[in-house]
Ligand binder design. Structure first.
Ligand SMILES: Cc1cc2nc3c(=O)[nH]c(=O)nc-3n(C[C@H](O)[C@H](O)[C@H](O)COP(=O)(O)OP(=O)(O)OC[C@H]3O[C@@H](n4cnc5c(N)ncnc54)[C@H](O)[C@@H]3O)c2cc1C
Length: 441
């Protein structure tokens, strides 16, 4: 392992990137408080002689924030959140759970405070929506004037010969956090020193493009401390990945040759898996893993498919100003499930979309034009628990698509001091604390 350079003055590039990250963090805070100042004190007249009903499906980064924001913007709205689970486990920070740096309870959040903000929380699984009501799997119905669908992702479980949905206990994806995170963590703890972890990232588009590579570094951090003879083999279905040089520089610096990444062309494309033998077959032969983390290809959550909200891509086409489905009127889709142009599928994006959609719904219910909203994203990633990198973007929506604004994308510089990387790791934790407080505080 090479030593990291001693503390020195930040370069212009480092300072510039830090300013952009800080500006994004404070514009997010200003955006929230600006909305509050503009509309929080106004009691909107009830439409049609009653309080409009807005139902939100899914209490993740998109849905929980949107439900709360709807109540903030118009306290008269009757907002119902339908969420299948009693607790929400965040994917952000779940790679630190895999590394044994934080316990799984750190990423667990309850919905109790949302009720205190006036949101009615119904725990149940939504089966289908459309025509003014949401039908739950127990047969009950929740009516709406507008519905916001934020179910996140589901998986194509039949794309890899030898693997099916029933295999997730043996081959955990850990791409939805909670039980899956715990299973993968236990497998890492149980594997012998000298063993091999195979990570198989999915093809795009998928939830959180840098996360398989953050996972790699943080698993390496654990192995280096406890089982230094282990290897990690990434068998990738792609030719490159997000912030590649920043990750590979960091891996080399901290973990030497513990990590091997193979692109699709270099033999990374996996053709089949034999779970009994824990072998994966590639074009160039077989590889054995003591732990195999296959992350299947993804599509919008099942409720979106059941309701006819998806198109051939497997994602939900939307009007990018209002997040209203282009397939079913009165139904809005946000977060990972939405086809939101070039916006990254992330918790940060889902929360920005949740706020924008809430503002659009409040205005549409009163026959006002929807406001133009800020859409931005920061993906923070860790190479070690103390070494962070990030990419930030601001976006412009025109109704049809969402594209990054020129010169508003900034990536951590390739050369940076240990102090800057440490600062970025602290910013990642600060972002997590602030967004989970926004959702559940
Ligand atoms: C390992 C990893 C690390 C990540 N790190 C980051 C990060 O650092 N920063 C970041 O911004 N993003 C990160 N992400 C991405 C982030 O987790 C997702 O993009 C984000 O969760 C998407 O939010 P969402 O609201 O669309 O979906 P989700 O957060 O998945 O929420 C969907 C909710 O809907 C519920 N639901 C689904 N279907 C139904 C139904 N039919 N009825 C009732 N409820 C239902 C689910 O139970 C869930 O609570 C990471 C992802 C992974 C896998």
């Amino acid at each position: 392992m090479k030593a990291i350079p001693k503390k020195r003055a930040a370069s212009r590039e480092e300072k510039q990137h830090n300013q952009v990250v800080n500006a994004h963090h404070s514009s997010r805070r200003a955006f929230c408080s600006g909305l509050l100042a503009a509309t929080g004190a106004i009691a909107f007249p009830a439409i049609g002689g009653y309080n409009a009903k807005v139902t939100v499906i899914g209490g993740g980064f998109g849905g929980a924030i949107a439900a709360k924001q709807l109540k903030i913007l118009n306290p008269n709205l009757a907002v119902t959140l339908i969420e299948q689970h009693k607790a929400y486990y965040t994917c952000p920070l779940s790679n630190l759970v895999l590394a044994g740096v934080v316990p799984v309870k750190t990423i667990c959040h309850k919905y109790t405070t949302l009720s205190q903000h006036g949101v009615r929380v119904v725990h149940g699984r939504a089966q289908k929506t459309g025509n003014g009501s949401v039908i739950l799997t127990d047969g009950s119905q929740v009516p709406y004037d507008r519905v916001l669908v934020a179910p996140g992702i589901d998986f194509y479980n039949n794309r890899l010969p030898g693997y099916s949905a029933k295999d997730t206990a043996r081959i955990p994806h850990a791409w939805r956090a909670g039980e899956q995170t715990t299973i993968l963590r236990r497998q890492l703890e149980a594997m012998p020193d000298g063993g091999v972890v195979i990570i198989m990232p999915p093809p795009p588009p998928y939830r959180c493009p840098p996360a398989p590579y953050e996972r790699t570094g943080l698993i390496a951090h654990y192995l280096q401390l406890h089982k230094p003879a282990c290897k990690i083999l990434i068998l990738d279905s792609k030719e490159g990945f997000s912030q590649q040089t920043l990750f590979t520089d960091g891996w080399e610096n901290f973990y030497g040759d513990m990590i091997e990444w193979r692109s699709a062309e270099a033999g990374g494309l996996v053709e089949a898996i034999d779970i009994n033998r824990m072998m994966v077959k590639t074009e160039f032969g077989e590889e054995r893993g003591d732990v195999i983390n296959y992350i299947p290809p993804q599509h919008a959550g099942e409720i979106a498919i059941n309701s006819g909200l998806t198109d051939d891509s497997g994602w939900c086409p939307i009007n990018t100003l209002t997040f209203e489905s282009t397939q079913i009127a009165g139904v809005h889709v946000i977060g990972d499930a939405a086809h939101a142009g070039r916006m990254t599928k992330s918790g940060y994006s889902a929360s920005a979309q949740g706020k924008a959609a809430a503002a659009a719904i409040v205005n549409l219910l009163q026959n006002n034009a929807p406001p133009t909203s800020n859409l931005d994203n920061i993906c923070h990633s860790l190479v070690t628990p103390d070494y962070g990198i990030s990419v930030t973007s601001a976006y412009r929506a025109d109704g049809q698509t969402i594209v990054p604004i020129d010169k508003a994308t900034s990536m951590s510089p390739r050369k940076a001091s240990a102090e800057i990387r440490h600062q970025e790791a602290r910013q990642a934790r600060a972002w997590y604390d602030s967004i989970t407080a926004e959702m559940f505080g």
